[in-house]
Design a protein around this ligand. Structure first.
Ligand code: FES
Length: 103
C-alpha cells in the first residue's frame, strides 16, 4: 500500500444510495443523481476540473436528513432541499477555492 495526498482541493460526494422504496434513501425521487450530473457539468464549465471532483457516494449514515452531499477534506455536509441547492454548493466551493491554503 502507498499513502498519497489527494490531488483534489475539494472532493464532492453525492449520496446516490437507492433502497428501492424499502426505506428512505438519498436516491428517492431521482434528485441526487440529477444534482450530481449538474455539479459535474458546472465544475467543468467553471474550469475546476482537476481541482474539484464530483463522485457518487454510498450511504453516509444520515439518510433521514438526506438527500446528502459531503465535501472533503473540508468536512462540509449539505442536506439538499431542492436541485437549486446545487448553486449554493458551488458557491461554497468557490469560497473554499479562493481561501488561502491552511498550513
Ligand atoms: S442513503 Fe444517503 S445517507 Fe443514507
Amino acid at each position: 500500500m502507498q499513502k498519497e495526498t489527494s490531488p483534489y482541493a475539494c472532493h464532492i460526494f453525492v449520496c446516490t444510495n437507492d433502497r428501492h422504496g424499502e426505506k428512505k434513501a438519498c436516491a428517492d425521487g431521482g434528485g441526487n443523481a440529477a444534482l450530481k450530473d449538474y455539479l459535474k457539468e458546472r465544475v467543468e464549465k467553471r474550469g475546476w476540473k482537476g481541482r474539484v471532483r464530483v463522485s457518487s457516494g454510498g450511504c453516509m449514515g444520515l439518510c433521514g436528513k438526506g438527500p446528502n452531499v459531503m465535501i472533503y477534506p473540508q468536512k462540509a455536509w449539505f442536506a439538499v432541499a431542492s436541485p437549486a441547492d446545487g448553486d449554493r454548493i458551488l458557491g461554497e466551493i468557490e469560497s473554499l477555492l479562493a481561501a488561502p491554503p491552511e498550513n
